[in-house]
Ligand binder design. Structure first.
Ligand code: ADP
Length: 329
């Protein structure tokens, strides 16, 4: 597989389990936090229902695990339309996209995860499909090949990306509704943890849910993953409830520190602090030193560390802030 096409998926097993146990929120009212996005989406959905029109194309962007896929599902539930899901790297041939588009019904939602990984030729097929609901298709090959234009039903494309900047300008401009997801406050993550522990039928005290929330890097997927692992430890210890003490003990076992940083975060920060004397150090050098793919560093590790002010990005490279240095000590 081409290195650039590698799908970033921190925990595919976790995603799969979530699908099966339907931990995903099913409606906007079950979707916690991101108030600004929710109220705007509510208005767009209601307006489209009143006008009996389809929703405009939507692009959801932000770090992994913040709820982009969940929101796309919710939109299709709220609109009561079919949901077709795929991802940018999954398209190898133009024909795949044309087949998918020609099978859509009026109002259906096409969700493309990691849309920044679409190849240019697939992107070009999308432009007329998004704008005029038409696709060019080549029949035959060689000198006898001819291009036919097919009409497709009016669908809504929902794209999700961790990197809006990597989308080509023409593609970005075709999305009428851009929505940026941001990291969650601990109060919202606490609600998500309590809700999920109910779904998993395991008791948890409020203070321990808050403790886990504070250490979840502002990310629901991480909060849910930590909750599940803490439940594992509790079951092994024959505890019938998670309290503050047992939560802290399990978090220590998983090497999650008081800021919610894990071993990989600390390895990254230690590398800048000690191997490169606090920085600045370029991303390529860091990637080589950590033996970690550049995209993982930029998409998964850095956004939260930067949001917390532990690391800063300058024109000459990454540097560790005073706060970052103190945290390591
Ligand atoms: P993304 O597509 O941005 O990587 P997902 O939509 O897969 O993120 O979300 C990861 C998991 O976190 C979901 O399975 C869902 O259970 C949970 N989740 C995300 N956002 C919320 C939210 N706002 N409220 C409740 N659960 C959420």
């Amino acid at each position: 597989m081409n290195e650039n096409n590698k799908k970033i998926d921190l925990d595919p097993v976790e995603k799969d389990v979530e699908k099966k146990t339907s931990l995903r929120p099913q409606s906007l009212s079950e979707f916690i936090g991101q108030q600004f996005i929710k109220s705007n989406l509510e208005a767009y959905i209601e307006s489209s229902k009143k006008r009996k029109k389809n929703l405009d194309h939507i692009i959801l962007y932000g770090p992994p695990g913040l709820g982009k896929t969940s929101l796309a599902h919710i939109i299709s539930n709220e609109k009561n339309v079919n949901f077709h899901s795929t991802s940018g790297p999954a398209f190898t041939k133009k024909g795949d996209l044309v087949t998918l588009l020609s099978n859509m019904m009026d109002g259906d939602i096409l969700f493309i995860d990691e849309i920044h990984r679409l190849s240019p030729i697939i992107e070009e097929t999308l432009y007329p499909a998004m704008e005029d609901y038409k696709c060019d298709y080549v029949i035959g090959s060689g000198p006898s090949a001819r291009v036919v234009q097919i009409s497709i039903e009016k669908f809504t494309l929902i794209g999700a990306t961790t990197r809006l900047g990597l989308l080509s300008r023409p593609l970005r401009d075709r999305f009428g509704i851009p929505l940026q997801l941001s990291f969650y406050e601990p109060e919202d993550l606490m609600k998500i943890i309590i809700l999920n522990s109910k779904k998993l039928k395991f008791l948890i005290s409020e203070d321990s849910a808050y403790e886990i929330a504070k250490r979840s890097r502002g990310t629901p997927r991480i909060a849910i993953r930590l909750l599940k692992r803490i439940i594992d430890f509790s079951i092994v210890n024959e505890d019938d409830k998670i309290d503050l003490e047992s939560a802290k003990k399990s978090l220590r076992k998983m090497k999650i520190d008081s800021e919610g940083l894990d071993e990989m975060d600390r390895k990254y920060m230690n590398c800048i602090a000690y191997d490169f004397h606090g920085g600045p150090v370029g991303i390529e050098t860091l990637s080589a030193a950590l033996l970690e793919h550049k995209d993982i560093i930029e998409d998964v590790i850095e956004p939260y560390l930067m949001q917390r002010g532990l690391v800063q990005r300058t024109s000459r490279g990454r540097i560790l802030s005073q706060k970052g240095l103190e945290h390591l000590k």
